[in-house]
Design a protein around this ligand. Structure first.
Ligand code: ZN
Length: 374
C-alpha cells in the first residue's frame, strides 16, 4: 500500500516541501528533586494554570520574543501534559486543570484570582518570563508570597525543574508581594523562566523545544510537590495539537486518524478532512512539536520535517470542502524511519492551496501527536 502511494511522488510536487525543509530547522533542546509534600487532597488535584499577561498587555517584549505568547505556549503545553498524565494509566497523577486564559485575550489580575478562589483550586501556577533594563540580567527565578509555606515548597520544585530543563542561570527561589500570589487562597507559585531582554536567555527561549521543556518542568514540579514520582506521560491515543490554516477556498483542513498506531496492528490511517478536491497531499512528520509561522499558517513540526507520502483527495469539486486526504501508516513506516514502541511522532498535512496564490501557496492542517505502540 505504501509503495503504491509513493510512486505518485513527482519532482514538481516536492519543490514546495524543499522550502518547508529549509525553513524548519530548529535546534533541539535537551529536557530533563527533596522530600515531596504528602498529598493533602483527594484526587484529582485541581490546578489553575495562569499564563501571564495577554491581549492588550504583551508583558515583556525583547529580542523578537513577546512574553504573553511564550507564557501561553508553555501553559497550553502544561495543560496538555497534565491531561495526558491523567489519561495515562501507567503512572503520574490525576489532575483537573483550568486556565485563566487559553488565547490572546486581556484578563485582569482580579479575574485570574477569582477564577482560582471560586473553584476552588488546590494550587495556582502562574507562568511568566522576565525583562530588565539591562541585557546583562539573565536566569531563572520562581516566586511564592512567603517562605516556609506549602507554596514555597511548590515554588522550590518549579525552580529546580526549570533549571534542569532550560539550563539557564539560577537566580533562586524568592518571595514577592505579587497580586496573584497574595490574593489567591491556595498555595501559589510564579515562575520567570528567563529574561527576554537577555540575548543568552532569549536564544534558548525562542525554541518551541524550550517551551515544551518548560512545560515538562512544571509538570514534574507538580508531581513531586504532591509526592508523585516525576513521570512524562505517554499518549494512549493520538491527539491533535497546533492550528490549521484556512485555505484560499475557505476550508479548514483537519487532521484525524483511525486504527491503532502500533507494530501489531496494521489498520492505522491518517487523514485530512475539509480539503478541496484533487489537491496533492503531502504528509510531513518529525519527532519534535513546534509552532512556526509559515505562509500564513503554522508549521506544527520541529527539527527538519520529513516528507512521507503523496496522496490524492477525493473531494467532490473545486471549492467544496468535503475532500479527504488519506494515508495508511503501517509498521513499515515505523521501522523504515527508525521508530520503535514508545517513540513520539508529530504529523501534519501539507498540500497545495487551491488558490495557488504566491502569498498563500500551501495548505496546512493542524498537527497530530502519536506514540508508537508495540
Ligand atoms: Zn510577566
Amino acid at each position: 500500500m505504501l509503495a503504491r502511494v509513493m510512486q505518485a511522488s513527482t519532482s514538481h510536487r516536492t519543490a514546495g516541501v524543499a522550502a518547508v525543509l529549509g525553513l524548519a530547522a530548529l535546534a533541539a533542546l535537551g529536557t530533563q528533586g527533596p522530600a515531596p509534600a504528602a498529598a493533602p487532597f483527594g484526587s484529582p488535584y485541581r490546578v489553575v494554570i495562569d499564563p501571564g499577561h495577554g491581549g492588550a498587555d504583551p508583558g515583556a517584549v525583547a529580542n523578537g520574543l513577546v512574553e504573553k505568547v511564550l507564557n501561553l505556549e508553555v501553559a497550553l503545553r502544561l495543560r496538555d501534559l497534565l491531561d495526558l498524565d491523567t489519561a495515562d494509566p501507567l503512572g503520574g497523577g490525576d489532575w483537573d486543570v483550568r486556565l485563566t486564559r487559553i488565547s490572546d485575550v486581556t484578563v485582569s489580575l482580579a479575574d485570574r484570582v477569582t477564577l482560582a478562589n471560586n473553584w476552588p483550586a488546590d494550587r495556582f501556577v502562574s507562568i511568566h518570563h522576565n525583562a530588565f533594563s539591562s541585557s546583562a540580567a539573565n536566569g531563572t527565578e520562581t516566586f511564592s508570597f512567603s517562605n516556609g509555606t506549602t507554596a514555597a515548597g511548590l515554588r522550590d520544585r518549579v525552580q529546580e525543574e526549570l533549571l534542569l530543563a532550560l539550563g539557564l542561570a539560577d537566580r533562586g527561589s524568592k518571595t514577592a508581594n505579587f497580586y496573584v500570589l497574595r490574593e489567591t487562597t491556595m498555595p501559589a507559585a510564579l515562575s520567570e523562566g528567563g529574561f527576554l531582554t537577555s540575548p543568552i536567555d532569549a536564544a534558548v527561549l525562542a525554541s518551541p523545544a524550550a517551551w515544551q521543556a518548560s512545560a515538562e518542568a512544571h509538570l514534574f514540579a507538580l508531581q513531586r510537590h504532591f509526592g508523585i514520582a516525576p513521570y512524562l506521560p505517554q499518549a494512549t491515543a493520538p491527539f491533535v495539537y497546533c492550528t490549521a490554516k484556512v485555505s484560499s477556498a475557505g476550508c479548514t483542513p483537519a487532521i484525524g486518524w483511525s486504527g491503532t498506531p502500533s507494530f501489531a496492528a496494521s489498520d492505522f490511517v491518517v487523514h485530512c478532512d475539509h480539503v478541496v478536491s484533487q489537491q496533492y497531499g503531502l504528509l510531513l512528520w518529525s519527532d519534535q512539536p513546534a509552532s512556526i509561522p509559515f505562509f500564513g499558517g503554522t508549521l506544527c513540526l520541529g527539527n527538519a520535517p520529513q516528507r512521507f507520502q503523496v496522496a490524492f483527495s477525493n473531494g467532490l469539486g473545486n471549492g467544496n470542502c468535503s475532500g479527504r486526504l488519506e494515508l495508511p501508516l503501517s509498521s513499515g513506516f515505523f521501522t523504515g524511519n527508525g521508530l520503535f514502541p514508545g517513540s513520539n511522532v508529530y504529523l501534519q498535512w501539507w498540500y497545495r492551496d487551491p488558490g495557488f496564490l504566491p502569498a498563500a501557496p500551501v495548505g496546512l492542517s493542524n498537527g497530530l501527536r502519536l506514540t508508537v505502540l508495540p
